[in-house]
Design a protein around this ligand. Structure first.
Ligand SMILES: Nc1nc2c(ncn2[C@@H]2O[C@H](COP(=O)(O)OP(=O)(O)OP(=O)(O)O)[C@@H](O)[C@H]2O)c(=O)[nH]1
Ligand SMILES: [Mg+2]
Length: 367
């Protein structure tokens, strides 16, 4: 049976790792000269770290990306002291640096509940200001997800992620034939002849059910969230975690990993991704690779091998599928250039978007 309803082509760039917002504090309220009454101060704008937020959620919920504090109340005969305007809180994810447009750091959100004041409300009119209120501060700010690396290695245990990092970079992570050798991220720098450097994070292996927090899943998946792109790594010959758990072919591993990411946060599964098919030095590897490629070209048909609840909503379309042997070094140079190409492409798209946003702002201003 073919699962026609499933979308095979994946749109890239759904993942948002930075966002530019316009923030303005509320204006102060008018003073009342006749009775010496003081207007209320305008509301401030804060960025506050909250659980389960993503930058994409902010973008979707507030397409205008404008946040303005409430105006201070005017002083009146009945209420000589005007009321303070309401503060505006922009809920943002943990792990964010808040900066001005020019890059000056306003603050960091490292834990839930952390807050950064980004625009102060104006002062209410009072004796000092001849009872005239002032406007609130207005500026553009940027929310930047603090990335641990450009690329994150995603795979089941023993796929050879740490071996791959060793082959690609200057890092020397621990490598062993048992599962969960890697327990925390280790970053390696991939060097290019033109001195460009790309950082790659070796991450702990995921297991089925990671999205439900199996095997410290959430802790591990959190790291995946903080990389720009994903480098899936599978063993060309497949994988079995333990004698009691089912054997998974390379194709099944790809779909199961995609599903885990999707169930954790759909946005994470929509990052640009490359697939590394490792251990090409093993016997029969070429045949297995050919089979995998055929399956990836026609995932609906071959997903019948998987239980229904393990089929991802969207099949990933990998930018590159690269066979390598982390052990012998086969294919590593080609992989390096694929990685470079993929990141360069994304940078070009991003600069185009920023340029368009700036042009749009100029047009609006000149109207
Ligand atoms: N034949 C062969 N074995 C490999 C290759 N790459 C890795 N291995 C072996 O596979 C085993 C696991 O390698 P690791 O690099 O530790 O795997 P990992 O994905 O980092 O594993 P975890 O940290 O446990 O998630 C080790 O015994 C490696 O020697 C390869 O290209 N060919
Ligand atoms: Mg490892």
């Amino acid at each position: 049976m073919v699962h026609i309803s499933r979308i095979c082509l994946r749109k890239y760039g759904n993942f948002v790792d930075n966002l530019r917002l316009y923030v303005r504090g509320g204006g102060g309220g008018m003073g009342l000269p006749r009775l010496g009454g003081q207007g209320g101060n305008g509301g401030d704008v804060w960025v506050v770290a909250a659980k389960n937020m993503t930058l994409k959620k902010i973008k979707d919920k507030y397409p205008q990306k404008r946040f303005v504090g409430g105006s201070g109340g005017n002083s009146s005969v009945r209420a000589l002291k005007g009321e303070k305007g309401a503060d505006m809180e922009v809920l943002a994810p943990v792990g964010i640096a808040v900066t001005t447009d020019s890059g000056r750091i306003l603050g960091d959100l490292n834990e839930e509940g952390d807050r950064v004041l980004v625009a102060k409300g104006g002062s209410g009119g009072s004796l000092h200001s001849a009872f005239e209120p002032t406007k609130g501060q207005a500026k553009h700010i940027r929310l930047d997800l603090k990335l641990i690396a450009d690329l994150g290695l995603v795979g089941f245990p023993n796929a050879g992620k740490s071996s791959l990092l060793t082959a690609l970079s200057n890092a020397t992570p621990q490598i062993a034939s048992y599962a969960f050798t890697t327990l925390r991220p280790e970053i390696g720098k991939v060097m290019y002849p033109d001195y460009k450097q790309i950082s790659v994070a070796d991450l702990p292996g995921l297991i089925e059910g990671a999205y439900m927090n199996k095997g410290m899943g959430h802790k591990f998946l959190k790291h995946v969230e903080r990389t720009k792109q994903l480098l899936f790594v599978v063993d060309v010959c497949g994988f079995q975690l333990a004698s009691k758990t089912p054997f998974r072919s390379a194709f099944e591993a790809v779909q199961l990993l995609t599903k885990e990411l999707e169930l954790y946060k759909e946005e994470v599964a929509s990052k640009p991704a490359l697939l590394v098919v490792n251990k090409m030095d093993l016997p029969d590897a070429e045949d297995k690779l050919a089979e995998l490629k055929e399956q990836l070209n026609n995932p609906e048909e071959f997903s019948d091998l998987l239980p229904g609840d393990m089929i991802p909503k969207n099949y990933l379309t990998f930018r590159h599928v690269v066979p390598v042997s982390a052990m012998t070094g086969l294919g590593i140079d080609h992989l390096k250039s694929c990685i470079r190409q993929s990141l360069d492409e994304e940078d070009a798209l991003e600069s185009r978007d920023v340029l368009q946003e700036k042009l749009q702002a100029l047009r609006l201003r000149s109207q």
